[in-house]
Design a protein around this ligand. Structure first.
Ligand code: PNS
Length: 160
């Protein structure tokens, strides 16, 4: 059985993330979306909410699961027998951010990262932009799975 981990902050999960997970599933028997801690970010949504939203967004998809980890990503990969990390690339700027992480993860344990290009029609969608649009009163429902918009608006309301 081949297992891949698709890690990220998922703050919140978007249609772009779901697209990458589905593409990864065509290459691996199991794809585990890992809601992880990025020490350079302060998430809007708590980890529990991010996991719940990712699980709801993928519950209809066979072979795609959601987990959370607050330690080293490579340790999590090892703990579940994953051989590969999967990341989505929207463009060159993503590659510039992802390349050092891929090299570091390989340097620590030898685990490889593969990059998938998502649907071009979704390439403008980023969690940071989704949060910003919502923060300024815009409608984010066409960028995120059902239920995510409500959770983001709730979190924004509690934060203000
Ligand atoms: O969606 P993001 O914020 O770009 O995802 C980055 C993430 C969470 C995958 C990365 O920060 C991560 O792997 N965090 C877990 C801790 C870890 O392993 N850090 C070393 C990364 S080389």
């Amino acid at each position: 059985m081949t297992i891949a981990v698709f890690p990220g902050s998922f703050d919140p999960i978007t249609l772009g993330h779901v697209d990458v997970a589905v593409r990864a599933r065509t290459l691996f028997d199991r794809v585990v979306i890992a809601v992880a801690h990025n020490s350079s970010k302060s998430p809007l949504l708590d980890a529990e909410t991010r996991v719940r939203l990712a699980a709801e967004a993928t519950s209809h998809l066979d072979g795609i699961e959601v987990a959370t980890t607050d330690g080293l990503l490579v340790d999590f990969c090892e703990s579940i027998g994953a051989t590969t990390i999967v990341k989505g690339l929207r463009g060159g700027a993503d590659y510039d951010v992802e390349r050092p992480m891929a090299l570091m993860n390989r340097s620590i344990t030898g685990i490889e990262t593969i990059f998938l290009t998502g649907d071009n029609a979704l390439s403008h969608i980023a969690s940071s932009l989704v949060r910003d649009v919502a923060r300024h009163g815009g409608d984010i429902t066409s960028y995120v799975p059902p239920g995510v918009s409500t959770a983001v608006l709730d979190a924004l309301e509690h934060r203000s």
